[in-house]
Design a protein around this ligand. Structure first.
Ligand SMILES: Nc1ncnc2c1ncn2[C@@H]1O[C@H](COP(=O)(O)OP(=O)(O)OP(=O)(O)O)[C@@H](O)[C@H]1O
Length: 792
C-alpha cells in the first residue's frame, strides 16, 4: 500500500518537473503583480479624505475609454508627473540628454549589479560544495574568484550611487531653470506679485480679469490652484524641487533593482533546481497573502507627507517672519509672544512627527518581518525541498558526490531566495517613493500651471511682443505724457478706492498726490506700474518704454551685492558695461562710468560708503580655519570682503539706516535719469534740507518729472499740479480733484490758517475769517488741514 502511494507521488512529481519553467515564470509574474498592487487601499484613502492627486487631472471622459490600453495611455498623458517631466524637465534638449544618459547609465549598472549578485550566489554554492567534498584547491580557487568579483561589484554599487546623485542634480537643475523662467519671466511681467496677490485675495473672481481668463481657459487648473500654497513659493522652488529630484533619482534603483533580482532569481532557480517550479508558484501565493497582510499596517503615506509638509512650512514661515522683523521684536520686547508662537508651531510639528514615527515603526516592522523572515523561512523550506525529495526518491541512499551537489544547490538557492524576499520588501517600500514623487510633482505642476496661466493671460492683453513696454493692454496707449481718463481704481479684491480718476501730466509738470491714509495714492502707481489692470471705461496714456518711468518707494529695495550694483539696479553689470561702451562711442554725451557713480554718491552725501572696507563680517572671516576650503557665496570675485569703493560687497539692507537707504535709492534714480519718476514718500527719512536738495537735483539737474506722494510742506514748491483724494467717513470710495497748484499761494494760506488758529484764542474779531476757512475745510473732507490745500 505504502509502495503504491510512493509510485503515485513519483508520477505526480514527474508531471510537475516537465512543466517547471512555465510554473516558475508564471509564479514570478504573479509575485510582481500582487506585490505591486498592494499598498493603501482606495477605500482607506477616501476615509482619510485624501484622493488620488492624479485623478484631479483626469476629466470625466476618461471613463468613456473602453479599451484599457487607451485608458492607460490617456491617464499617463495627463498625469502631473509625466506632464512635469515632458514640459519642464525635458524642456531643453541639453537637459533631456543629460537626464536620459544618467538614467540609462543607472539602468545598465543595475543589470550589471544583478548579474554580479547571481555570480556571487553561484560562487557561494560552489564554495560550500568544495568544502563539503573537501576539495581544498577548488575551494581556494573559488575564494579567489569571489574576491575578484568583489572589485567590479563594489565599483558598480558606488557608481550607482554617483549616478543617482548626478541624476537628481540634473533633474533639479532642469526643473528649477524652467520654473524660474516662468517665475521671473524675461517679458518683465509681474508674475510673482500677481500670484501671491491672487492667492491672498479671498474673492478673486470679482475684479480680476486675469483670474477669470485663466479659469475660463483651463477649468481643471483653476480648480486645483487652491490646493497649492503659492504664498510660500520659496518653499516650492527650493524644498519641493529638491525632494522630487531626490525621489525620482532613487526610483530606478528602488523599482528595477528588486524586479531584476526577483526575475533573475526565478530564472536561475528554474535552471538549477529541479523542484523550483512548485516552490516559485507557492512563493507567488505566499507573497500575495503577505502583501494583503501588509495593508493592515500600511499608513496613508500621501496624508502623512502632506500634513508633515504643511506643519514644517508653518514653522519655517514663523521663523522667517521673526528674522525679517527682528529689530521691531527686539525693541518692543516681543520675545515671549514670538516664543509662544514658535513653541506652539514646533510642538504641533513634533507631535505629528512622533505619530508619523509610530506609524512608520509599525509599518517597517511589518515589512521586515513579513518579507524578510516570513518569506525567508518559506524560501528556506523551498531550498530544502530538493534535498528532502531527492533523499525520499532515492530511499535515503545518497552518494557523497550527490550530497555535495545538493549542498551547493541549497546554498545558491537559499541566497537567491533570501535576496528575492528582501527585494520584495524593497519593492513594497518603493511604493512610498512613488507616492511621494506623485505628490511632489503634483504640487510643482500646479504651481507652474498658475505661473503659466498668469503669464499667458498677460500675453493675451499684450498688443504686441515688445517686452520693453511699460504697461500694455486694450485701455493703454502711448505718448509723451502720463494721463488717466475716467479710470476706476479698484483693488484686486474688488474694493473701489476711486470711481473716476482723471489727470494728465506732461514732462516738466510735477504732480503732488495727497489724501488720507489708505485712500489709494500708492494704488494709482500700481496701475501705472502694470501691477493692476486698467479697467473699463478707463483710458491711460503712458510713455512707451520701461526706462521712461522709475519708481522709488518709501522702503527702497537694496540687493546683496556690490555698492555699484545698488546704484545700477535693476541694470546688471553687463547692462552697465554695454551702456558705457555706447556712451563712449556717442561723442558728447555724459559717460556714466565709475567716476560718474562716485559723483552721484557725493550728491546724496554718501561718499563715505566708498571708504568702508572693513566690517564685522571680514573680521569674522579672519578667524576662519585656513585649512578649510571655503566658497565665496554670491560673488564670483572670491575674497569679496577685502574689496572697497564701488566694489565693496556687503549686506547693504542690514548695514544702512532707512535714511541712507533712501539716499542710495535717489542716487539710483539719478543714474537712470528717467523721464518720469514716482516718488512715493521715498524721502520721508531724509533730513528736510537734504530732501529739498535731492528734489531740486532730480528736477532741475536731471530733468526728471516727478509724481510724488509727500506730507512735508517743504516739498510743495517743486510741484505745479496736485491730485487730491477726498474721502468722506461714510463712503468707501474717494473722489479726486486734479488742479493746477500754486505752492506759494497755498503755503501762504496754510500759514495763515495756523496763525488764525493761534490768534483765535486771543482775538474774537478773527472768528468770521475762521468760519470761512472751516467751510472750505468741510468741503474738502475729514482731514481738515490737508483738504485745505489745493482748494480754490
Ligand atoms: N494687493 C492688494 N490687494 C487688495 N487690497 C489692496 C492691495 N494693496 C492695497 N490694497 C488696499 O487698497 C487700499 C489703498 O492702499 P494704498 O496703498 O493705495 O493706500 P495709500 O493711499 O497709499 O495709503 P498710505 O498713505 O497709508 O500709504 C488699502 O485699503 C489697502 O488695503
Amino acid at each position: 500500500m505504502a509502495k503504491g502511494r510512493t509510485v503515485v507521488l513519483q508520477h505526480f512529481l514527474a508531471f510537475y518537473l516537465r512543466r517547471r519553467k512555465l510554473f516558475t515564470r508564471s509564479a514570478c509574474i504573479l509575485i510582481l503583480y500582487f506585490t505591486f498592487n498592494s499598498g493603501s487601499s482606495s477605500k482607506r484613502r477616501r476615509k482619510h479624505g485624501v484622493s488620488n492627486k492624479n485623478k484631479r487631472y483626469l476629466s470625466a471622459d476618461v471613463c468613456t475609454f473602453k479599451n484599457p490600453f487607451t485608458r492607460l495611455v490617456y491617464k499617463l498623458k495627463h498625469s502631473p508627473t509625466v506632464l512635469l517631466f515632458s514640459r519642464l524637465a525635458f524642456a531643453k534638449r541639453k537637459n533631456t540628454s543629460k537626464i536620459l544618459s544618467y538614467f540609462g547609465a543607472q539602468m545598465a549598472l543595475l543589470v550589471a549589479k544583478a548579474i554580479f549578485t547571481l555570480k556571487e550566489a553561484s560562487l557561494d554554492g560552489a564554495l560550500v560544495s568544495s568544502m563539503v567534498s573537501k576539495e581544498f584547491r577548488q575551494f581556494f580557487k573559488f575564494l579567489a574568484f569571489w574576491l575578484l568579483l568583489g572589485i567590479p561589484s563594489s565599483i558598480t554599487s558606488s557608481l550607482i550611487k554617483k549616478c543617482q546623485g548626478m541624476l537628481a542634480e540634473s533633474i533639479r537643475e532642469s526643473i528649477t531653470e524652467s520654473i524660474l523662467d516662468d517665475y521671473l519671466p524675461d517679458s518683465g511681467n509681474s508674475t510673482l506679485y500677481q500670484m501671491v496677490n491672487q492667492s491672498r485675495v479671498a474673492d478673486t473672481s470679482t475684479s480680476s480679469v486675469l483670474s477669470s481668463k485663466s479659469a475660463s481657459t483651463s477649468p481643471d487648473r483653476s480648480r486645483s490652484h487652491s490646493l497649492t500654497d503659492v504664498t510660500n513659493p520659496n518653499n516650492i522652488i527650493t524644498t519641493t524641487v529638491e525632494e522630487l529630484s531626490q525621489s525620482m533619482a532613487i526610483l530606478p534603483f528602488q523599482l528595477f533593482d528588486p524586479i531584476l533580482d526577483i526575475m533573475l532569481a526565478g530564472n536561475r532557480l528554474s535552471e538549477v533546481s529541479k523542484y523550483a517550479s512548485e516552490g516559485s508558484l507557492l512563493l507567488g501565493v505566499v507573497a500575495n497573502i503577505s502583501t494583503l497582510l501588509l495593508k493592515v499596517f500600511t499608513p496613508n503615506f500621501a496624508a502623512l507627507s502632506s500634513t508633515h509638509n504643511t506643519l514644517e512650512n508653518m514653522f519655517h514661515t514663523y521663523h522667517s517672519q521673526i528674522i525679517d522683523h527682528r529689530e521691531e521684536i527686539a525693541l518692543s520686547r516681543g520675545h515671549r509672544r514670538e516664543l509662544d508662537m514658535l513653541d506652539a508651531s514646533y510642538f504641533e510639528s513634533e507631535r505629528f512627527q512622533r505619530l508619523e514615527m509610530r506609524r512608520m515603526a509599525v509599518y517597517n516592522f511589518a515589512v521586515g518581518f513579513i518579507f524578510k523572515y516570513g518569506l525567508g523561512a518559506f524560501g528556506l523550506m523551498l531550498c530544502s525541498f530538493p534535498v528532502f525529495t531527492t533523499a525520499y526518491l532515492a530511499n535515503f541512499q545518497i552518494e557523497r558526490k550527490l550530497v555535495a551537489k545538493l549542498a551547493s544547490d541549497f546554498f545558491a538557492n537559499r541566497r537567491l531566495l533570501m535576496s528575492a524576499s528582501d527585494s520584495l520588501g524593497r519593492l513594497i517600500l518603493s511604493k512610498k517613493t512613488i507616492n511621494n514623487s506623485i505628490g511632489y510633482s503634483t504640487s510643482l505642476w500646479e504651481f507652474d500651471s498658475i505661473l503659466k496661466d498668469i503669464n499667458n493671460a498677460s500675453k493675451n492683453v499684450l498688443d504686441d511682443h515688445n517686452d520693453d513696454r511699460l504697461i500694455s493692454g486694450p485701455n493703454v496707449s502711448y505718448g509723451n505724457e502720463i494721463s488717466f481718463v475716467h479710470v476706476p481704481l479698484v483693488t484686486p479684491s474688488g474694493n473701489v478706492l476711486a470711481e473716476d480718476l482723471n489727470f494728465s501730466i506732461k514732462p516738466g509738470q510735477n504732480m503732488l498726490v495727497i489724501g488720507p491714509n489708505g485712500c489709494g495714492k500708492s494704488s494709482l502707481f500700481r496701475i501705472l506700474g502694470g501691477l493692476w489692470e486698467v479697467l473699463d471705461p478707463g483710458k491711460v496714456t503712458v510713455p512707451s518704454s520701461r526706462r521712461d518711468l522709475f519708481y522709488l518707494p518709501q522702503r527702497s529695495y537694496l540687493t546683496y551685492g556690490s555698492l555699484r550694483e545698488q546704484i545700477l539696479y535693476p541694470d546688471s553689470m553687463d547692462d552697465y558695461r554695454l551702456k558705457l561702451v555706447a556712451t563712449k562711442k556717442s561723442m558728447g554725451s555724459v559717460v556714466k562710468d565709475d567716476n560718474y557713480l562716485i559723483d552721484l554718491l557725493q550728491l546724496v552725501h554718501l561718499e563715505y560708503l566708498l571708504g568702508q572696507n572693513e566690517d564685522e563680517d571680514s573680521k569674522e572671516e579672519d578667524t576662519d580655519d585656513d585649512d578649510i576650503e571655503t566658497y565665496s557665496i554670491g560673488s564670483s570675485t572670491g575674497d569679496t570682503e577685502k574689496l572697497s569703493g564701488l566694489d565693496a560687497v556687503k549686506k547693504w539692507p542690514d548695514l544702512l539706516s532707512v535714511g541712507e537707504q533712501q539716499r542710495l535709492a535717489l542716487a539710483r534714480l539719478y543714474y537712470h535719469q528717467p523721464k518720469f519718476a514716482v516718488l512715493d514718500e521715498c524721502t520721508s527719512s531724509i533730513s528736510p534740507d537734504l530732501e529739498k536738495e535731492c528734489y531740486r537735483m532730480a528736477i532741475e539737474r536731471f530733468g526728471i518729472t516727478v509724481l510724488s506722494v509727500c506730507h512735508r510742506t517743504s516739498l510743495w514748491q517743486f510741484h505745479s499740479y496736485i491730485l487730491k483724494f477726498n474721502r468722506q467717513d461714510d463712503v468707501a470710495a474717494a473722489t479726486t480733484i486734479f488742479t493746477k497748484f500754486d505752492p506759494d499761494k497755498r503755503l501762504k494760506r496754510h500759514q495763515e490758517l495756523i496763525e488764525v488758529e493761534a490768534a483765535l484764542k486771543k482775538d474774537d474779531d478773527l472768528t468770521t475769517r475762521l468760519e470761512s476757512l472751516k467751510k472750505m475745510q468741510l468741503r474738502g473732507g475729514r482731514r481738515a488741514k490737508l483738504m485745505y490745500i489745493g482748494d480754490d
